[in-house]
Design a protein around this ligand. Structure first.
Ligand SMILES: Cc1ncc(COP(=O)(O)O)c(C=O)c1O
Length: 387
């Protein structure tokens, strides 16, 4: 069989299992509404939680940077790819996150893989929440460390693993998301920090879905909890509305990432327009407009949960999952809502564990009360047919 034959067979198997994924093209900008095939949809499938992705101030910052610094970076950061906008963004993030060292990454995926492979090796042990994002899972695997996966948010199970691991392993690392991407629930960061300290482990927290959306100046859920992890990974492609990611830590860790994080070392730097737009986004997010947007987002999150009592996740989280279970039923619900011009993506394995396929509503500061009420009513109606 040729590669093409194999690919066709695999796609047919995915289709038969109800798990084939197909692209959807957004015409124009993305935001609380978007246009697909000429039809305007209410968009509840985006991670653009603060509705900044199409903001003209970001576009203008990017345009000005392109005029100043050109389009491509032309090399990796280590060679000649560090331009003024990259260096300035690393300084801005250090100030924002109140830490001494920051490293940018081209994506959150690269950040998790880069951090975990740089700080852990084959003689180390990583303790990873079972619902951690694929990029954390891949980072754990590529690090070659021994990986203990603990049941989701089960601190008793984590402590049992930590205490039974003895001194085996040079370094111990606990890794978790703060706001879980598919469940919208929140890790107990205070207890995780306490366990890490008790067992002399490092704590790495992926705040991909929390920076921007939570905390004073949008500094995330660690800041809300008053917890200082050893590394915070944050992404710019969600609440900040741009692209790329960061690892915030100490000066020495940031320097180690510069030398050792393979996705950083062996990749061309981001086009400078992207860090420039991100700097503009951070300025908005840190200021009073950021506070207003976070307040509206929290109101929208609470309202949606009142309208759809089956919606899960923490009360003010922008991620509101409705677990349906079966893959095809989930996709049928999503199609039904789409026919009403409401875009709610169905999420299937391998993104979520088998048997837990779900609708995942992503809320945004830009959603209006009318949009939420209409979507809430339609989701409730649709659910009557399957639940
Ligand atoms: C928890 C978490 N970490 C990391 C990432 C990856 O971020 P990026 O989209 O910037 O690669 C995602 C995004 O999908 C995520 O949900």
């Amino acid at each position: 069989m040729s590669l093409d034959d194999d690919a066709r067979a695999e796609l047919e198997a995915l289709d038969a299992a109800g798990r084939l994924r197909t692209p959807r093209v957004i015409e124009g900008t993305t935001g609380p509404t978007c246009v697909v095939e000429g039809v305007e949809l209410d968009n509840f499938s985006s991670n653009d939680y603060l509705s900044l992705a199409a903001d003209p101030r970001l576009v203008s910052a990017a345009t000005q940077a392109m005029e100043r610094e050109g389009f491509g970076a032309g090399a990796s950061r280590l060679i000649t790819g560090t331009q003024a906008s990259h260096a300035a963004l690393e300084r801005d993030v250090a100030d924002w996150m109140r830490c001494t060292g920051v490293r940018l990454f081209n994506t959150g995926y690269a950040a998790n893989v880069g951090v975990l492979t740089a700080v852990a090796g084959s003689s180390d042990r990583i303790f990873s929440d079972e619902l951690n994002h694929a990029s954390i899972i891949d980072g754990c695997r590529l690090s070659r460390a021994h990986v203990d996966v603990f049941p989701h948010r089960d601190l008793g199970a984590l402590e049992a693993l930590l205490s039974s691991s003895g001194n085996r392993g040079r370094r111990r690392i606990i890794v978790t998301e703060s706001l879980f991407s598919m469940d919208g629930d929140i890790a107990d960061l205070v207890e995780l920090r306490a366990l890490a300290t008790k067992y002399d482990a490092a704590l790495i927290v992926d705040e991909a879905h929390a920076v921007g959306a939570h905390g004073e100046q949008g500094r995330g859920l660690c800041a809300v909890a008053g917890v200082v992890p050893d590394v915070i990974v944050g992404t710019f492609g969600k609440s900040l509305g741009t692209f790329g990611a960061f690892a915030a830590s100490t000066k020495a860790v940031a320097e180690l990432l510069w030398n050792r994080a393979r996705p950083f070392v062996f990749s061309t730097a981001l086009p400078p327009a992207i860090p420039a737009a991100t700097r503009a986004a951070i300025e908005i997010v840190r200021g009073s407009e950021g506070d207003d947007r976070r307040r509206t987002l929290a109101r929208n999150a609470r309202l949606l949960r009142e309208l759809v009592p089956g919606a899960g996740g923490a009360p003010e989280s922008a991620i509101a999952p409705i677990v349906v279970g079966e893959d095809r039923a989930t996709m049928a619900l999503s199609e039904r809502l789409l026919a009403e011009r409401v875009l709610v993506q169905g999420i299937r394995p391998p993104t979520v564990p088998p048997g837990t396929s779900r609708l995942r509503l992503g809320l945004a500061a830009g959603h209006t009360i009318q949009q939420l009420e209409r979507a809430g009513r339609l989701v409730r109606d649709a659910l009557r047919y399957v639940m």
